[in-house]
Design a protein around this ligand. Structure first.
Ligand SMILES: [Zn+2]
Length: 111
């Protein structure tokens, strides 16, 4: 139920809603604090995007810009997670493990 309204909020902010749809959304927002607050935070997020794009007075923010930045954020998070996992593995098993030591010895013997 609310998910439908949240989609409507996205479309409204993109300027894609017709007048009757906007009226229905406005009526729901007047009685639904949850959706009203979501709309405010979506708007504030767009303001932040517009500011960072150097267009603080833009009327709308193109969605690809939002998607691209969100993607970049997720990539940064996964990079940090990967580095943390590598650090954890290093702490857990130390530097070169017994396997690589054996391999080095075998190589030495072979020579
Ligand atoms: Zn609602």
């Amino acid at each position: 139920m609310h998910d439908d309204w949240l989609r409507q909020i996205e479309q409204e902010l993109d300027g894609e809603l017709s007048l009757p749809e906007r009226a229905a959304l406005a009526r729901h927002l007047a009685g639904c604090r949850h959706c009203a607050e979501t709309r405010v935070s979506h708007l504030e997020m767009r303001v932040a995007f517009a500011r960072s794009a150097g267009q603080p007075h833009a009327h709308t923010v193109p969605r690809p810009a939002i998607r691209g930045r969100t993607l970049g954020l997720w990539m940064a998070i996964s990079l940090i997670a990967g580095a943390a996992a590598g650090w954890f593995a290093h702490v857990q098993w130390g530097g070169p493990g017994p396997t690589s030591l054996e391999a080095t010895r075998a190589l030495f013997v072979a020579q």
